[in-house]
Design a binder for this molecule. Sequence first.
Ligand code: N01
Length: 538
Amino acid sequence: MTALPSTSEKDSEAYDAIVVGAGFGGLYMLHRLRELGLRAHLIERGSGVGGTWYWNRYPGARCDVESVEYSYSFSEELQQEWEWTERFASQPEILRYLEHAAERFNLYPDIEFNTSVVAAHFDEIANHWQVQTDKGAYTAKYCVMATGCLSSTNIPDFPGLESFQGTTYHTGSWPHEDVDFSGQRVGIIGTGSSSIQATPVIAEQAEHLYVFQRTPNFSVPQGNAQLAPEKQAAIKADYKGFRATQRALGFACHHPPRQQSALEATPAERTEIYEQWWQKGGLSFLGSFNDLITNAESNATAAEFIRQKIRDIVTDPEVAEKLCPDHYVGCKRPCADNGYYEAFNRDNVTLVDVKAAPIETFTTDGLKTTAASFKLDSVVFATGFDAMTGTLDNIDIRGIDGLSLKDKWHAGPRTYLGIATTGFPNFFIITGPGSPSVLASMTVGVEHHAEWISECIDYLEQRDLARIEATLAAEDAWVKHVNEVADMTLFPTCNSWYLGANIPGKPRIFMPYIGGFPVYEAKCREVAEQGYEGFKFA
Ligand code: N01
């Protein structure tokens, strides 16, 4: 064990479990641990609950999974009493929902806000974790990281940035006050999901919006609408059945793929089917045929359909061509928009190709690419996150023999089931790398993990066991399996945050598990039923 410096008033207050992060995962984890009768304490760096939905308040922020599925299923009362207003919920509505859930299950007394965990070291003699925050220190037998997959923002190291006199924002840590871009020249850097949602909204307010694009992205119209009360009532009449169907689907969302290869359809049939799925709205488009993420030739037909849509929507052919991606659809996370391509038909929106002419430097009043200078009042970084590992890497986590998690993962994250990692006993990760995480509805994933982890902890407590730790053999086998499954798809073919490719120097490893949620759930169940096969106890 590496000793932590002792601190202040709360010096080493003892708990059974520390949970880090008050998003969907952490809140439910806390609830489950309390149901076991354990003393649990949740630490959150923000001033409120919500996780992703607390931080990502940028204009247009909205979920890409339908609201009736992007919600807790563990409480029938909660799912009956909550009324969603839209097909795809906006950030403020999801945040209100999580605040309501935290209130309803009386979670607030066990949450410490405005506190960052800086270190967690395992004490091999006491068999507990020493958790150090910027305010104090705790010990706990169990440590659960519910720190989210996309919670460490990435701002590229642009030369001259510190000299810029205007205002800067990152979509992933947006101010709580209203931001008014009226009368401003605004630059938005990046064209991932966040930018694709923010661009049309900022364009309506700003005097001029410059969209700095390095790689174009595929986006499908989201098809958001008010959620008809009768539709919601029908789901509520059998919410249990609705959830069971959801969990049995690969992405744990209600859009199973049509059981046909794109190559089995004639070109005319294909276009008709793509058009139908385009009209349905949202990411379900990828289910229009069942081999779009595994067969390059099939994928090319979907890519060309979307490119043609872009050319139809965007009136300036040169701009349209620049907006057309040339990678496989889905290998970068596809986006769902509400008027993204249409925004480029506005006189006050300019697309700037920073692949052709990269950003050279920021200046006091804007930025310079290798081709031109842009005067800007505000810059929005929609430049994404150090995904899946960034937040864990930023905490000094040390397991057996003082091994740091960052060092252990220097060549890429290694886990067993995405939940545990060898050398770190009694340490659990919610939707960690190696679990379906971002490739399944996050709410399904986090509920599954909180349930699996709490049952595992209960198993230990019932048997008076001091420690559980994944074996190296089990971890090796799981890492191999995660990679093999990823290699059967087109996912690893382009530079995406799934692979860590957006962060300079980050090892290129496909981090989520793409074997499908039901397969993963069955594996986790089997592991538990076999007395936690692949784990050792002490
Ligand atoms: O981030 P991203 P995001 N110079 O990493 C560009 C979820 N999410 O915040 O592709 C210039 O996707 C980068 O360019 P490139 C969702 O899972 C969900 O948008 O690396 N550009 C890219 O265009 C999503 O996938 C929802 O060439 C630079 C952009 O910045 C994930 O969060 C909404 C650059 C980053 O895109 C992340 O989305 C929002 C540089 N130096 C987010 N560095 C919904 O539920 C980076 N870029 C709908």
